[in-house]
Write a protein that binds this ligand. Structure first.
Ligand SMILES: Nc1nc2c(c(=O)[nH]1)N=C([C@H](O)[C@H](O)COP(=O)(O)OP(=O)(O)OP(=O)(O)O)CN2
Length: 147
């Protein structure tokens, strides 16, 4: 069994409803996402993907389509809070808004990323681990064994 990891970056703004610190103000982060999958490398000379758990390019395509290209240069608001109105106002002015049904913290974004990626991975590989950096010094982790 081998784990392989692909790293992504995206720029996203968010705002934490009812938070008691500076992040109650809308602000942005250069998020850094580590996606680790595990599986057994293909051992078949006739297979074009011989030696790979899964092509890094396949992981890139899934994560870009499901997360990075959707969230990049968007603002995430908690659509289950009064910030829904804030999001609608921004959207009406042409801004790209993601209405999530959770507080857009690093932790909840990890749950969301895991569910979006897991449903798209080929059956031969499993999502093993995610790490999401909100700043250089702050990050959260998701482990398959614990979820
Ligand atoms: N457990 C969590 N705590 C906080 C989150 C979060 O998602 N999960 N988010 C925030 C804010 O979004 C904030 O931007 C990040 O917090 P913090 O690391 O305190 O920000 P700094 O700018 O001080 O980061 P440094 O890397 O230390 O400069 C708040 N808390």
């Amino acid at each position: 069994m081998i784990r392989i990891t692909k790293i992504f970056t995206f720029e996203t703004a968010h705002v934490l409803y009812n938070y008691d610190g500076k992040c109650k103000n809308m602000h942005g982060h250069s998020y850094k996402l580590f996606v680790t999958v595990k599986g057994n490398p293909i051992n078949d000379l006739e297979n074009q993907k011989n030696g790979m758990v899964v092509d890094f390019g396949d992981i890139k395509k899934i994560v870009k389509e499901e997360v990075v290209d959707v969230w990049d240069h968007a603002v995430m608001v908690n659509g289950a809070s009064p910030h829904k109105l804030l999001g609608e106002s921004l959207e009406n002015q042409g801004h790209r808004v993601i209405f999530c049904d959770y507080q857009p913290t690093c932790e909840n974004m990890l749950y969301d990323i895991a569910s979006k990626i897991q449903s798209k991975l080929p059956a031969s590989v499993q999502l093993a681990y995610l790490k999401l950096h909100e700043t250089e010094n702050s990050y959260g982790e998701w482990l398959a064994e614990e979820n």
